[in-house]
Design a protein around this ligand. Structure first.
Ligand SMILES: NC(=O)C1=CN([C@@H]2O[C@H](COP(=O)(O)OP(=O)(O)OC[C@H]3O[C@@H](n4cnc5c(N)ncnc54)[C@H](OP(=O)(O)O)[C@@H]3O)[C@@H](O)[C@H]2O)C=CC1
Ligand SMILES: Nc1nc(O)c(N)c(N[C@@H]2O[C@H](COP(=O)(O)O)[C@@H](O)[C@H]2O)n1
Length: 208
C-alpha cells in the first residue's frame, strides 16, 4: 500500500470507477507516506508530497456527497474531486440527476459533463474522458480500479503505458484475478518483478 501511495505522487490524476468509490469509500491521497517533518501531525495529510486530482467515472452521479473524498476536500486535506458524467437523455431522470449535481457541487465536487452519453458498452468513452481531462491539465493518470474501469482501459487502442500488478497472499474474489487474462485486445509483457514483504509486484508494458 505504501508503494501505491508513492505511485500516486507521480501522476496528475488518480482515476477510479463509481463501483470502487461506493464500495471502498477511498481517500486516494498519500497519507501512508512517511512524514518529512516530525513536527507535522500524524495523520499524514499535511505532508509535502504531490497530491493527484481524484477523478471518478460516474455517469449518473451516484457518488455520495458525504464520501471521504469530499469530506477531505472540505477539511483542506485533499484536492477537489472531479466527477466525469453525462446528462440523462430521458426527461424523467433529468430532475433527479440535476438535484444530485447540485448536492455534489455543494459538497465541493467538480462536475465534468461529457457531451457523449456512452459508448457501445454503455460506459463513458475512455477517449472522451482522457480528452476532456487533458484539456484541464491532467496529462498523466493512474487508474486504480476497479475491474470494469480497468477492462475499459484495456480495450481497443488502449492508452495504457504501464500496468503494475500487486499480488498479495490474500484472496480478493473472482473480480480481482481477471484483469490481465481478460485483456483479449491488448498484450502486455512483464518487464520487472519485485518482492516487497509478502507481496509480489509485477510491471508490464505494451508488447511492441
Ligand atoms: N484490490 C485492489 O487493488 C482494488 C480493488 N477494487 C475493488 O473493485 C471493486 C469495484 O470494481 P467494479 O465493480 O468493477 O467497479 P469500478 O470501480 O470499475 O466502477 C465501474 C462503474 O464505473 C462507471 N463507469 C463509467 N464509465 C466507465 C467506463 N468507461 N468503464 C467502466 N466503468 C465505467 C460505471 O457505472 P455508471 O454506469 O453508473 O457510470 C461502472 O459500473 C470494489 O469492490 C473494490 O474494492 C478497486 C480498486 C483497486
Ligand atoms: N490494499 C490495497 N493495496 C493496493 O496496492 C491497492 N492499490 C489497493 N487499492 C485500492 O486502494 C483504495 C483505498 O485507497 P485509500 O488508501 O483509501 O486512498 C481502495 O479502493 C483499494 O481497493 N488496495
Amino acid at each position: 500500500m505504501i508503494m501505491t501511495h508513492w505511485m500516486r505522487t507521480m501522476h496528475d490524476g488518480i482515476l477510479i470507477g463509481i463501483g470502487t468509490a461506493l464500495n471502498d469509500d477511498p481517500q486516494l491521497n498519500t497519507r501512508h507516506l512517511p512524514s518529512r517533518d516530525p513536527n507535522l501531525s500524524e495523520n499524514g495529510h499535511n505532508n509535502p508530497y504531490h497530491l493527484p486530482r481524484p477523478i471518478i467515472l460516474d455517469t449518473n452521479l451516484r457518488l455520495s456527497p458525504t464520501c471521504k473524498l469530499l469530506k477531505n476536500y472540505a477539511e483542506g486535506k485533499g484536492r477537489r474531486p472531479w466527477i466525469v458524467c453525462s446528462e440523462p437523455t430521458e426527461t424523467e431522470h433529468k430532475v433527479e440527476w440535476l438535484n444530485r449535481q447540485t448536492a455534489l457541487e455543494k459538497a465541493g465536487a467538480g462536475i465534468i459533463v461529457l457531451q457523449v452519453r456512452h459508448n457501445s458498452d454503455g460506459y463513458l468513452p475512455i477517449s472522451s474522458v482522457l480528452d476532456v481531462l487533458h484539456k484541464r491539465g491532467i496529462h498523466s493518470v493512474m487508474v486504480e480500479g476497479g475491474a470494469q474501469v480497468i477492462r475499459s482501459f484495456f480495450a481497443t487502442n488502449s492508452p495504457v503505458d504501464t500496468i503494475i500488478v500487486t499480488i498479495a497472499p490474500t484472496f480478493v474474489g473472482e473480480e480481482g484475478i481477471s484483469y490481465i487474462v481478460d485483456s483479449d485486445n491488448s498484450v502486455f509483457t512483464p518487464v520487472s518483478t519485485e518482492t516487497f514483504g509478502r507481496d509480489t509486484v509485477v510491471a508490464l508494458v505494451p508488447t511492441k
